[in-house]
Write a protein that binds this ligand. Structure first.
Ligand code: AKG
Length: 258
């Protein structure tokens, strides 16, 4: 898949994103940059530097039952990536990324959302969990539900590693609340939902690839069946004219104008 990285995304790719709700830009981060990020992430993981979220705290399928048992301290994500140093911050502000997300949200100035994603996602072979089908926007509060995530793979990501699956076009669907469970996961037991989930595809990424995806896109991920920890750097972007709802979790941290 080709990407025009100097001037932003071409019309064909923008149309693809509008239709599918996601887009893979191959090789957006150089090998040298990926090596540096990988090294820095490993420094953050050993010993694990907070703030972080543990698999056992979320308790998704496959996670250790408690923080006190073997594997109980396995991180799911290291939070506040933007504040963790220049390597992460520079990638978050990288013009090839910010120009792309601006174009994907219709153009205009963008901001980095500190309150959501803004993390180093890890998935450990033995203790990494499975994430059910969901739309990120269900957990966020903004005037308009149009935000874009940029998910940078720092190694291979496919079903074997617990990579993401998405339902193309699901960002354009309107779902009644009863199609989700209490934790706001899209219920796979409902026939109407199943029909949609049968259209899911695996997103296959290599080191340096970026998955851009719409905050309404249904996505999920399996467990890591490989022998290596999966590491991804994930930031969320918003239009500067799309404020978070006052008092909500989305408004807790300032957006960073880019
Ligand atoms: O890697 C995973 O398990 C899925 C992560 C995800 O979908 C999310 O954090 O929104």
């Amino acid at each position: 898949m080709q990407t025009t990285i100097d001037t932003g995304l071409g019309d064909t790719r923008l149309a693809e994103f509008q239709r599918d709700g996601f887009l893979v830009a191959r090789g957006l981060a150089s090998a040298a940059r990926c090596d540096a990020l990988h090294e820095e992430i490993d420094r953050c993981l050993d010993p694990p530097l907070g703030p972080l979220e543990l698999e056992a705290e979320l308790g998704y399928p496959g996670a250790p039952a408690s923080v006190d048992e073997t594997g109980g301290r396995t991180p799911r994500r290291l939070l506040h990536a933007y504040s963790r140093g220049p390597l992460f911050r520079d990638w978050a502000r990288e013009p090839v990324v910010t120009r792309a997300v601006s174009a994907l949200m219709g153009g205009g100035p963008v901001a980095l959302v500190q309150a959501h994603h803004n993390c180093i996602m890890t998935k450990y072979p033995q203790y990494g969990s499975q994430t059910g089908w969901h739309q990120d926007i269900r957990y966020w509060s903004f005037a308009s539900p149009v935000l874009v995530n940029a998910w940078l793979a720092l190694g291979p990501e496919a079903s074997e590693q617990g990579g993401l699956q998405v339902v193309p076009g699901s960002h354009r669907e309107v779902f009644a609340i009863d199609r989700f469970d209490e934790a706001l996961f899209f219920r796979p037991d409902l026939a109407a939902n199943r029909e949609l989930l049968d259209r899911a595809v695996d997103v296959e990424l290599s080191r340096g690839d970026v998955l851009f995806f719409h905050c309404r896109l249904l996505h999920a991920a399996g467990r890591n069946q490989s022998s290596r920890v999966k590491r991804s750097l994930v930031f969320t972007y918003n239009r500067r004219d799309n404020p978070p709802v006052a008092g909500s979790r989305s408004a807790r941290l300032a957006q960073i104008p880019l």
